[in-house]
Design a protein around this ligand. Structure first.
Ligand code: HEC
Length: 221
């Protein structure tokens, strides 16, 4: 079981509150050093990279510019979210005119923004996390499938990518993609259907979870 994001933030919030309290005149609140073992860390590979790839690497945006760790690091100052261009643009006030994803797109979710912030605070390492718990038996649409689609697909399939009209933002749309648009053929890059997501194949576990949900009859649970 993964600890919910908000719980993982708690140790930081306490320390950040203290630091802000004692240095309230500083221009940028100094963030505390990471204390090993205080929180399990954000996984770059599954929690940061796919969000950036699907939201920031799409065509017309920054294709080929934000799809690898080293490219992303050009806009990141490890340990300092507030000094990192990546964090600035995902949290920028829309009135500044540089909100990323662009204002016509859906903004990132609060959980996605928090994960990126925490990842930068933790040192912005290219963490991978194979071996993490993966449950491909107890699969539900709301807890397994939709979060996966939000992370890996929605950035391009929310109406903001001019190269596709396919929407993947609701249960009905995901079901329709499977029933009418060969979703699993795209995910498996088989029978001539292009790789989805475009940048990298889903993990074996994610694929097993999709297969389980499909063989269960696409329930809305
Ligand atoms: C980086 C952008 C991007 C990401 C991320 C992405 N897609 Fe796509 N998708 C596209 C584009 C563009 C097309 C149009 C066909 C093409 O370019 O291959 C497409 C086409 C599709 C199609 C076929 C639509 C049709 O009209 O036939 C399906 C199904 C699909 N994507 C599913 C997914 C799923 C499921 C995910 C996540 C696991 C995903 N896509 C992630 C950009 C993306």
């Amino acid at each position: 079981m993964k600890t919910p994001l908000t719980l993982r933030l708690l140790p930081f919030l306490g320390i950040v509150a203290l630091v802000i309290f004692f240095s309230s005149c500083k221009h940028e609140a100094m963030l505390p050093p990471i204390i090993p073992g205080v929180s399990d860390s954000i996984c770059f590979e599954t929690e940061v990279l796919p969000v950036i790839q699907s939201n920031c690497a799409k065509s017309g945006c920054h294709e080929n510019r934000m799809s690898t760790y080293s490219q992303i690091m050009r806009d990141v100052t490890p340990g300092k979210p507030n000094s990192s261009k990546l964090y600035q643009v995902i949290t920028a006030n829309q009135s500044l005119g540089n909100l990323m994803p662009p204002s016509s797109n859906q903004p990132l979710t609060n959980d996605q923004i928090t994960a990126i912030q925490l990842w930068i605070m933790e040192g912005a390492n290219p963490t991978t996390c194979s071996g993490g718990a993966c449950d491909s038996i107890n699969v539900t649409f709301s807890k397994t499938i939709m979060p996966m689609v939000i992370t890996y697909c929605k950035g391009c399939h929310d109406g903001s990518n001019s190269s596709t009209t396919l929407l993947l933002t609701t249960y009905d749309q995901v079901v329709a993609a499977q029933q009418n648009k060969h979703m699993m053929d795209h995910v498996l890059n088989q029978n001539g259907y292009s790789q989805m997501p475009k940048s990298a194949k889903l993990s074996d576990c994610n694929i097993a979870q999709l297969n389980k949900w499909i063989s269960n009859g696409l329930p809305n649970n």
